[in-house]
Every structure is written in structure tokens, then in C-alpha cells.
Ligand binder design. Sequence first.
Ligand code: FAD
Ligand code: SIN
Length: 521
Amino acid sequence: METDFLVIGSGIAGLAFAVESAAYGKVTIITKKGRSEANTNYAQGGIAAAIDSNDSIEYHIKDTLNTGAGLCNEKAVRIMVTEAPSIIKRLCELGVDFTKAKNGKLDLGMEGGHSMRRIVHTKDATGAQIENSLLHNTSSEGITLLEDWIAIDLILKDGKCIGVWALDEKNNKIFSIFSKIILIATGGAGSVYLHTTNPSIATGDGISMGYRAGATIANMEFVQFHPTTFYGKKIGERALLLSEAIRGEGGILKTSKGNTFMEKYDARKELACRDIVARAIHFELKNTDTDYVLLDVTHLGEKFVNKFPNIYNSCLSLGLDPLKEPIPVVPAAHYLCGGILTDLDGKTNIPNLYVAGESACTGVHGANRLASNSLLESIVFGFRAAKSAIGEIKKIHLENSTSTSIKNNLNSSICDNNIISEYLSDIRFIMWEKVGIVRNTKDLEDALSKISQYKIEIDALYEKHAISYALVELRNVVNTALLITKCAIMRKESRGLHYVLDYLAKDDILYNRDTVISNNS
Ligand code: FAD
Ligand code: SIN
């Protein structure tokens, strides 16, 4: 199969790239499940943009840099934040129906770490609204979108990326897809952890593929844990997120005995940055030996139902009426700040290979992401990558290299699903227990040794058995877990999301820099 622009992943980053490049060549998107099954589809709070008359680009930049704890690339932040207002306009043109206030202007929500109300949203289902609008545009542009196709590995020739190996799951066939430009937009890696807000697709596939191919990876230790997810019951494999915007509207955190506690940790209380709130909850649970804290919205009454209708209904479906009793909440893995290192146009160190969205490390988040900056980053840098690729494509000759091959052993035996599930559960448990919100060197070393051993065993399983969807994901999960753990060990300080009991201070002399790792180093 051949194409001009190959997009791996159909979340906001991949779709933005596809829509932007459609007029300049044949665009093919492959996505490993149904077209809308992506983190994007579950995004609640919204997308940050300084559009209020009291707000300014400089305030948004300042909040982003403060949250990033000294590690943001200021140039990248400035680009993202400056482009935000026009991105909101463009999304409206693409059909996104954002919620309006009574005065007819866009309603602006509030989230942790922001000094102003600046979260543009569609009630509490912003991601689904954006995903559907972009998908609609993708189909009206005549873009080919292949569902249930999972990318396995990048194809390289003479150091350049020329395509990808992919499994067409429905037909159980492996194909090479050759392309002039390849975009990785495979999202994050929440599923590497036992408890996560992410759907099961988030297994770090693109980052692992990139790593195996020699792409430079950065800042994998900065895993963001969302402070508030429903305790004890899941929706499928996902923890139900209780949007930070709920605290922006007055939701209060309390211990299970009903006492407030955030005032002990930060003057901004419930609206401190996410790392601070998640850690505060972690310590409260540990100190009081309880399993959850409470998010109290009972005083918000109908305002809660109007602002958060989907969350309200999800709580009801889990057997709790948030207007009658506080919601039991715990933190869960939510977002990966690190990824494949890119320049300001989504380019990687491998020619013709671009990355955008949660798989990328553009530098805008540094050591901690400001709430609602992720949809923004994905679309800003998705569009920028497309613009750069459009400029490059005229110079690129399509390679159709018959000399490349993959371990194509679909006729070998299928790996037992129980074995795969056992490895997955073990890795997720280890990551949760030992590479979580609060870390220590002994646990990190222990995790490194166990996960390294699992990697050897899983790579052997992969070699021996037929390539399958589950095996491809397992191979990526173990690799991503290892990258997170290795980066966490390399950073011997506490900064932003990386909090290590043995190194509680921030060390600006030795560690005011990205943690960079590659297969070649
Ligand atoms: P995704 O949207 O995750 O898309 C990845 C795509 O790649 C999917 O289509 C997936 O199936 C596909 N894929 C993965 N691996 C492969 C493979 N091997 N082969 C083929 N296809 C593959 N951010 C905000 O800014 N504001 C919010 O309000 C917000 N709320 C959130 C709420 C929840 C519950 C979650 C989970 C996240 C939230 N985030 C929010 C974060 C934000 O949604 C994501 O960071 C963003 O959507 C990432 O977009 P993406 O395009 O990079 O990846
Ligand atoms: C939320 O709604 O709390 C999620 C926002 C984000 O992850 O940016």
C-alpha cells in the first residue's frame, strides 16, 4: 500500500494533521480500534485559550511556565498560547459547538493552576465534540481511514522513515504501508498503570515504535496523575474522571470524615496545580489510612447538573447521586508529559517522521502540564506538523522498498491470552505501586529490575508467536514502562510531577534540563 501522508492514530492530533494536509496529497489514517476510540473522545474540561477581555497571552504563558516547574521550552509555550485564540475560531469553523454564556460569548471554565477563567468547553464533553467534528471533516475531505489497523513498527531505509508495518486485525494480515511522510499520533500511555482515566488504547505504541527505530525520547518520568477519579468502580477498564472544572465551579475536597484539607498544602486550595492536589490526596490517604477522599458538590445543586450533565449521569450509573452525597475520589494516571522529542514543527531526529499530540514531547509542558493545555498542544502542533510536511513533501521521493521485511509469522501459534493478561496486570501493578505519585529510589530500582526481566521474556514471546493485537500492545506496554522507570531513575531531584522521597529538593544545577534517552545511547 502507498500513500503521501500516513497518519497513525485518529485522535485530535492525527485528525488535525489529516484535515490540514488533505489538499496536498493522498492522506491515509490507520487507527487501532474504532475511529473515535481515543483519549480525545473522553476529554471533559476543555481547551485553554486567553480570550477573555481581562485575560492575556502573557498570563496564560506565565501560568503554563509556572506549572511546568522550570522545564518548559518557552518558545514552544509562546507559540501554543499565542495561537490558541485563532485555534478556537478555527474549531468553530470546523463545526465545534462550544458552550456559550448568557451574554452570547463563549462560556469560560476554571481549572487548577490557571489565574483566569479561560477553559473553552462543550459542557463536560469537549473532547467528543471536537473528535466528532474533526472526523466529519475527515470524511468530507475524502481521507482514507482504516479502522482496526494497528501499527507494529516503523520501516526505515538509509536512516529515513519510509513507512510502517501494520496488522489489519479483521483480516489478520500484515501490510507494509509506504509513505512520503509518516505522523505518529498514537496518544499517551495511561494503560501502563493499574488505575487510569485513559481508554485501553493508551499503551504508548507510537513512543515505543519510535524508540525502537532510534527516535530521541524525553521526559518520560513526568506522568500526570489526575487528582479526582471515582473510587472503587470503573467504566470498563477506565476510572471515571471527575473533571477539574468541577473544583473550578466550587467542588470541595474533604477527608472521608468530612474535613477540608487542601488549605494545609497550598494557598490556592482545590485550584492548586494538579501535582500538588494529587500528592495532597496521596498523603491524606496515607496519614489517615483511608481508601478515598471526598469531592463534595452537594451545595452546587442544579448548577452541577447543568454544567456537568455527563458526569452527573455517569455517577448515577455507578450508583451515587452527587447532589445527595459527596463523591468518593482517588487519583489515577492521566497524562504523559514526555514522549518523542520534536522541534517546533513536529519533526523528529528521523527524516520524514513527525509526531504530534500526547506521543510528542514538544516542550510545552515541562515537568507538569497545565490543565486543558493538551487538546491545545495537540491541535496547534498537529497543524504545524502538517504545514511543515506539506512544504517538505515535494522534495521527498516515495520509497517502495521490497527489501524490508518483518517477522511475518501469522501462521505460528497464537500466544495464550492468559499469559498476556498476567504480564499486563503485573506491569500495571508494579508501575502503580513503585513508579507512582510519590516515588523512592529503592522502589524505582526494584521496578527497573522486574520490568527489565519482563521485557526480556515478552520480547521472546513476541519472537516465538504470531503477531497479534494483544501481543503488539504488550510489547509496547513493557517498553513504555521501562522508559518511564529509567527516566525516573535518571532524575535525582523532585520537580513537578516527579516527586522522590530521597531527593525532595529541586536541583537547578544538575537537573534543569530534559531527561533524554534513545535506543542508540
Ligand atoms: P488520542 O486522542 O489518544 O488518539 C490516539 C489515537 O491513536 C487513537 O485513535 C488510538 O486508537 C490510536 N493508536 C494508538 N496506538 C496505535 C497503533 N499502534 N496503531 C494505530 N493506531 C493507534 N486534555 C485537555 O486539554 N483538556 C481536557 O479537558 C482533557 N480531559 C481529559 C479527560 C480524559 C478522561 C482523558 C483520558 C484525557 C483528557 N485530556 C484532556 C488529555 C487529552 O484528551 C489528550 O492528551 C489528547 O486528547 C491526546 O490526543 P492525541 O491525538 O495525541 O491522542
Ligand atoms: C479535566 O477535565 O479535569 C481534564 C482536563 C485536562 O486533563 O486537561
